[in-house]
Ligand binder design. Structure first.
Ligand code: SAM
Ligand code: SF4
Length: 473
């Protein structure tokens, strides 16, 4: 079907369609990945230029082992040059699992009578946040089902609570959101509460497939979801995250569509998505889908490397849905953010119970490590775990502050701030062995910075040791 403005009704904003399945398939069917062309595309990306759809199709169609290896190596190199060796850490916090939709892949869906429904009271929310702060968390993503109880005012209310909780030296410095699409007024309301990124995953960009997985409820409206982040932009909320749930439809199509969505946001608002997510479908209570489009670990790694090359400057998130070994391995191909110490059953940070109950959560997570265990592994790999929130708090967002567009940005800001937030963690929360490793990693990384920056950082670290907190550049 060719889209026309008549078949494509965009609520609130007059707009031309931007996902055209025929266009995507045409690229995928007609692009030939010669060795020379693959090399050219990788080189273009390594010079930090965005790839167009034809070039992304070249990488997707390259499926011999040698080319796949070249793509992975390219992604690794690009990640190193753009993001350095820091990894940003966060934790998800599920606020409520009531839901009026019936997404067939999700344990929260309305027809799942096994799911134990719960919304945290304000007091319970405070306790969850205190437990997260006790572990050293500074960045949260609040997650909600889609329900009239979880409207924009309620979301804003929970965000304000999150920022207000301060336990010992702990505090939450950035609250991101993953929730249902809002209207423009709703986005204004949550922006006013001081949120960071608003994430909405399209789940699948393939309209017919979307329809089959979202048979009824508000989420059945593909267009309302697809245009949600346009409404966010209209509301002045320019920090947005996109994503596709990998396993609902052909991953090749979803990767192309994620890039197309990125192009759309860039073309219309001069700033692309802050992050891209690519959760893979995991087991869930009363999961009701077949595995026709499930992707193997190998394909998943490829997909990540291709996305890294396609959108060099966009943050990429890999969550605890994936098992620890795979996460540790895949990080190198382009991941910039991971969660640590994750629990997704409602109220489970306080419960400290390691056993999962699928009927209390959305799906099964496969990396059960504590935040400190994740940090420990990152340090073993000589990466710098970072809790940095400085850009967003200093207003360094939008097109002029794309990390790659400011010369030396990483060395000026990202590495120093990663070091300072790690120093805080090591001082306040880390066991002795982690602390020893952490200070070693800090020393090694200081060596890569200018003399002036090194001196400034050392001064700030001294202040941290004397009890000052939240120091950044
Ligand atoms: N209810 C809101 C919505 O649907 O937009 C918030 C999102 S939901 C709580 C978070 C995300 O988890 C979904 O957008 C979906 O991509 C993902 N998800 C749902 N079921 C999943 C499953 N079985 N395995 C992995 N991820 C899943
Ligand atoms: Fe509800 Fe979101 Fe789950 Fe769909 S994915 S059933 S909207 S919580």
């Amino acid at each position: 079907m060719k889209f026309t403005p008549e078949t494509y009704k965009i609520p609130d904003i007059p707009m031309q369609p931007f996902i055209d399945k025929d266009e995507i398939w045409e690229y995928l069917h007609n692009t030939v990945p010669t060795k020379k062309r693959i090399r050219e595309v990788i080189d273009k990306s390594l010079s930090k230029q965005r790839l167009n759809l034809e070039e992304v199709a070249v990488l997707i169609n390259a499926d011999d082992p040698e080319s796949i290896n070249e793509i992975k190596e390219g992604a690794k190199q690009l990640k190193q040059t753009i993001y350095g060796n820091r990894i940003v850490l966060f934790a998800p916090l599920y606020v409520g699992n009531k839901c009026t939709n019936n997404c067939l892949y999700c344990g929260f869906r309305a027809t799942n009578k096994e799911q134990i429904r719960k919304t945290l009271s304000d007091e319970e929310l405070v306790h969850e946040i205190e437990a997260l702060e006790d572990n050293g968390q500074k960045r949260l993503i609040l997650v909600y089902g889609e329900h009239p109880d979880y409207n924009a005012e309620y979301i804003a209310h929970t965000v304000k609570i999150a920022y207000s909780v301060k336990k010992n030296k702990g505090e939450i410095r950035r609250v991101n959101i993953n929730a249902a699409p809002l209207d423009i007024e709703g986005f204004k309301t949550v922006k006013k509460a001081g949120i960071g990124t608003y994430q909405i995953f399209q789940e699948t960009y393939h309209r017919e497939t979307y329809k089959s997985f979202h048979p009824w409820g508000k989420k059945a409206d593909y267009d309302y979801r697809l245009t949600a982040l346009d409404r966010a932009q209209e509301a002045g909320l320019d920090d947005v995250g996109i994503g596709a749930l990998i396993g609902l439809y052909d991953w090749r199509f979803e990767v192309m569509a994620l890039v197309r969505h990125t192009n759309h946001l860039e073309a219309c608002y001069n700033v692309g998505p802050h992050t891209i997510s690519f959760p893979r479908v995991k087991n869930a209570s009363a999961l009701n889908i077949n595995d026709k489009y499930f992707v193997s670990d190998e394909e998943f790694t490829r997909l990540i490397a291709i996305l890294r090359l396609a959108v060099p400057y966009t943050g990429m998130i890999l969550t605890a849905r994936e098992p620890e070994k795979l996460r540790d391995e895949i990080i190198q191909y382009g991941i910039s953010q991971i969660d640590g110490g994750t629990k997704i059953e409602i109220g489970s940070y306080v419960e400290k119970d390691k056993n999962h109950n699928l009927n209390k959560g959305q799906f099964k997570i496969n990396d059960d490590r504590s935040l400190n265990e994740v940090i420990d592994e990152l340090l073993n790999q000589e990466m710098i775990p970072s809790f940095c929130t400085s850009c967003y708090r200093l207003g360094r967002t939008g097109e002029h502050f794309m990390e790659f567009s400011v010369p030396g940005f990483i060395k000026q800001f990202c590495t120093p701030n990663a070091i300072l937030t790690l120093a805080e963690y090591l001082t306040d929360y880390a066991p002795a062995d982690t602390a020893r490793k952490g200070w070693e990693v800090i020393e090694k990384n200081l060596g890569s910075l200018s003399e002036t920056r090194q001196k400034q950082i050392r001064e700030k670290i001294e202040k941290i040791k004397q009890g000052e907190r939240d120091l950044y550049f």
